[in-house]
Each structure stands twice: as C-alpha cells, then as structure tokens.
Design a binder for this molecule. Structure first.
Ligand code: SF4
Length: 339
C-alpha cells in the first residue's frame, strides 16, 4: 500500500512535467479499463428529515428549513420527470432519520423507482446487514456512504450529534452493505474537512480492505468538495482544481478498475476539461432539494448544497458526444435480486 509520505509527495508536486505524466497515466488506464464510456445518473431527494448535526450540511437538524418527505404520488411525479430525461440510474437520497425514513419507507420508494429505472442506489442512513439484504432482495443494487473524513478528531468536531457522530458504525457500513449482498458500493471523503493526504491514505486502506474481503462487489469513489448552501459558506474548502485533479489521477493509478464519479458540485468548465483524466460516472441535470424537480419552485427549495453545473441531461449527452465519449444510461439491469 502507498505510504502517507509518498502521497504527500505526489500531491505536493507542482512540476508541470510530473503533473502531465500523472494525467497521462491516469487517462491511459481509464481508457484501458473503461474505454470511452461515461455512465450517467441523477440524484433524487426523498426526504430532508435528519436527526444528526453535521456542520457542513444544509439538512442538519439545527438548520431551520421546512422538513418534508415525498409521498408515493410525489415520488411518481419526481421519478417520471427524471426518467423522461433518459436517466436510468437513480440515486435516492434522504437525510439521516431512522424515524422519518425507516426501511419500509425506503422499500416503498424502491418499488416505485423500479417502475422508472434499471439501476437503484441509496444514499441514506447507515443500516444493519440484514436491512441491506432486504433492500437488495427488493431491487436496491447500490449503496453510497461517505466517511467524510478519516480524522477521528475532526470527525467529532463536524459531526456534533446524532447517529452520524458514531465514527466506527459509519466506518463499518460498507462492510455491512457488502454482507447484505449489495452489488455496488460508492465510498469517499468530503474534500476540505481535513488534511487531504491523510484522508486519502485512510480511504485507500479502507478500499483495499473492502476489495480484499469482498471481491465480488463493484467499487466506486467520489471526491465531493465542500460547497456553499444557498450561497452561504458552511466551511471553507482548501482543495483547488489542481489538487482535485491530482487526487483523481492518483486514485486511478492505484485503483485502475474502480469507478470515479464527477458530480455537479463541480463547475461546467472543470467537468468539460477533466473528463479525459479518470472519471467514469457523471451526474447530470441534478437537483439537491426534496421535490426540486417538479414540486417546489426554485425560490422555495432548501438544497443540501448548491450545484455548480446546472446543465440538462441532454446538454451533458451532447458534451460527451462532442468529446467522442459514449454516454451510458443502462449499465445494469437486475434479473435475480427482485422479489
Ligand atoms: S450530512 Fe447527512 S447526516 Fe449530516 S446533517 Fe446532512 S443529511 Fe444529516
């Protein structure tokens, strides 16, 4: 495994020649293992109820926003809207409230989502292996769970209360999801919370542990950078574009087969220019508010964070085609895990 000093060395090196070599190797490995394909997905927020207090998030339990969760007919409206754009992979998100969005609620949402999408992932409160197994049996094939930071002290400072403040329970979440049969796991860190090189080293260790012990799972990573919420800074992100690209390229070189997601948190300019370097998945046409696609006017929305790239799915498809990429809508069609 690569050492912390070596990672610090690579991330701290701004010699243009070295950066070019890093980018070329990353781009070449990406083409070798993924060709010129980019999978597209969209997020859909089901609920913003949350019983945790994370200092950087607009849904935190201390933030005075209107709390809503979608009813079945509203789920249909939101999902139909997203499906009509051509998206077939959906990421369903909630705040972390075991009470407001228990497993039966997630199962109901999954059953509705199956009518519109071929791939269904969840980014919700961490659960037990048996609960993941039940969700898998009912059509959930992916789980997204960010450790946010692997620095225990910093973790405690920014996760003030609620279940999310339990570092160890969160750390073991990918393992419980894998034990429950989940096919695809997305892991990651929130860039800007703590020392990047240290967080990256720990993420790589976590990922290697998962790959070694659960080799049947498909893994992806993502590196969201802290964003404003309704224009307000909740924390400063000290990761500039050059550092962000170095992180992506280094990850690709160390994990040639792992998917790397590029989200709409990043600007259109960065998304246009970074496509070649190591990414394999992109979100498109995203909205980060509950009911943000069809139910709530923009002025009434309370986003989890602000989006930078607001282009539609068709604009992203056009971009990919112009750059000679194949946009992929369906990369998974379940045949055995649905009841
Ligand atoms: S990051 Fe998740 S757990 Fe923390 S406040 Fe936001 S929704 Fe709640």
């Amino acid at each position: 495994m690569i050492s912390l000093p070596k990672i610090k060395d690579i991330l701290g090196n701004n010699d243009p020649k070295q950066l070019e070599l890093l980018a070329l190797e990353s781009a070449s490995l990406t083409r070798q293992y993924f060709g010129r394909t980019i999978s597209l997905f969209a997020p859909l927020y089901l609920s913003n109820y949350c019983s945790s207090h994370c200092t950087y998030c607009g849904f935190n339990s201390h933030n005075r926003i209107e709390r809503i969760k979608l009813k079945p007919e509203q789920m249909h409206a939101e999902m139909k809207h997203v499906a009509d754009t051509g998206i077939e992979n959906i990421l369903l998100l909630t705040g972390e409230s075991y009470k407001a969005t228990p497993v039966p609620y997630l199962l109901e949402a999954t059953n509705i989502a199956k009518q519109y999408f071929t791939g269904i992932s969840l980014e919700v409160h961490p659960m037990e292996a048996a609960e993941y197994a039940e969700l898998f049996q009912n059509g959930v094939d992916g789980i997204t769970v960010y450790q946010e930071t692997y620095d225990r002290e910093r973790y405690k400072e920014v996760h003030i209360s609620g279940k999310k403040s339990d570092y160890d329970f969160r750390y073991a979440t990918p393992e419980r999801a894998a034990q429950g049969g989940i096919r695809h796991l997305l892991m990651g860190i929130l860039l800007g919370l703590s020392d990047v090189a240290e967080d990256l080293t720990k993420l790589y260790e976590h990922l290697r542990y998962m790959e070694k012990n659960y080799p049947g799972v498909e893994y992806s990573v993502s590196f969201p950078r802290l964003r404003t919420i309704k224009g307000r800074d909740f924390a400063l992100c000290n990761v500039d574009d050059k550092m962000f690209i170095k992180i992506v390229c280094l990850t690709r070189i160390l994990f040639p087969r792992v998917g790397i997601t590029l989200s709409t948190r990043e600007t259109a300019e960065l998304r246009n220019n970074a496509l070649e370097l190591g990414f394999t998945r992109m979100s498109a046409g995203s909205n980060t508010s509950v009911g943000g696609y069809t139910i709530k006017e923009e002025a009434e929305q309370d986003p989890q964070f602000d989006i930078e790239d607001t282009r539609s799915v068709s604009e992203i498809v056009q971009l990919l085609k112009n750059k000679n990429f194949d946009p992929v809508f369906t990369d998974w069609r379940p045949i055995g895990n649905q009841t």
